[in-house]
Design a protein around this ligand. Sequence first.
Ligand SMILES: Cc1cc2nc3c(=O)[nH]c(=O)nc-3n(C[C@H](O)[C@H](O)[C@H](O)COP(=O)(O)OP(=O)(O)OC[C@H]3O[C@@H](n4cnc5c(N)ncnc54)[C@H](O)[C@@H]3O)c2cc1C
Length: 435
Amino acid sequence: MLIALFILSTIPLPFCTSTIFNQFVNCISNTTSANLSQILLTPNDTSYSTILQSSIQNLRFDTPTTPKPLAIITPLSYSHVQSTVICTVQFGLNIRTRSGGHDYEGLSYTSLHNIPFIILDLNQLRSISVDSKANTAWVESGATLGELSYWVSKKNNLFGFPAGECTSVGVGGQISGGGFGMMARKYGLSADNVIDARVVDVNGRILDRDSMGEDLFWAIRGGGGASFGVVVSWKINLVYVPPIVTVFSLSKTIEGGTQLINKWQHIAHNVTHDLFINLVITPVQLTFNSLFLGTADDLVKTVGDEFPELGLEKKDCIEMSWIESVVYHSVNLRGESIEALVERRPMPKAYFKVKSDYVKKVIPEEALEEILKWDLDLGTNCNAWGTSYGQGMRWGRRYFKGNFKRLAMVKGVVDPTNFFWNEQSIPPLVLSSSY
Ligand SMILES: Cc1cc2nc3c(=O)[nH]c(=O)nc-3n(C[C@H](O)[C@H](O)[C@H](O)COP(=O)(O)OP(=O)(O)OC[C@H]3O[C@@H](n4cnc5c(N)ncnc54)[C@H](O)[C@@H]3O)c2cc1C
């Protein structure tokens, strides 16, 4: 008989004293060849706060009362990542892996609970190497999406990669969480284009696709990396982009908005996959932003044939290279040169709460009316929508649906003691046989 055991996501509460922390630092020192000051920062270091805040995007988790890490480790090599995992396991500390710091709930750099934790910040592991013969690239998790797009396109302007629009997002969080962007209709998610990866597991070993096996390789492509290990690099397939693509950003008044959205959702699935349109709704207007993998003439014809209600004209369209379109669609960079993608300058930050949904059925017109009204209300009542995500298993099932059990089983195999725990991680499902 098979017995399924869920180790409920209990919060590890290690007994942490300064002695344990000192032993942890000694462990790091003994197991790496690096000068400690190059890779380990404690609150006594002057640059601790700067590094901590450097990639925090959500100001809700950058306050004086936000729980802070005992240390920030900034590895320069994979062996530093291995040492960090081995020593944090040995001394019972919690680990938060951070690539680009865009986690909506700040879970890559803080904890909601008062537990001793360290941040493993992969900011310095960001190399990108493109193999233009094989149309593939190895990219380290600490690279940003902007850097990845820039270097891929630099190697060959007919290469691209389907990733999200926000170019400061980190490769590590983006690919392990899925990755949805302007080429998703044509090429799927970022995670769909991964062909290999290197993961440091709970035992400090570096595993590749062969040695980790297909279950773990499946889990880290959409199930979130933080539950399973530290993904240090990814091998990706590059996709073809034409020399000229076309973009537009067309704003419409809210009045009549529901009819427009309604029409789009009825026809979108039949329209060429070269066309992607996203819609941003604000209390005053609707803005349709688009990427078309082709020329302006072809775009105007396609939209004219399929979606004439949008009223798109050639003067609304701008032809450019794909890499220029990446800059165009990155809200904070629009109008700048493509070099802005690799500048790593500080981006505007905000206080935010985000909820997403993936809709497979047409949203009825009345519901669209409600959504538009709700958006208007939101302008005046931001506090209306806060969600408690500490709902453990219920949250997991709602988020991962039919994949949740398989993810929990993978977790049960690769991390049965739940070392890689955070407030939204997958709990281990351990299957044991008994007679
Ligand atoms: C302003 C903004 C715009 C966004 N736009 C898009 C978009 O257009 N499309 C889209 O798909 N998403 C978008 N996102 C969501 C974003 O892709 C996810 O939040 C993603 O997880 C962030 O990755 P990161 O590396 O920047 O974040 P991090 O905060 O560093 O990491 C996010 C999560 O992944 C884990 N993680 C990070 N690196 C690793 C690693 N190497 N190994 C294991 N676990 C790791 C972290 O521990 C954390 O749980 C956006 C987010 C923001 C804040």
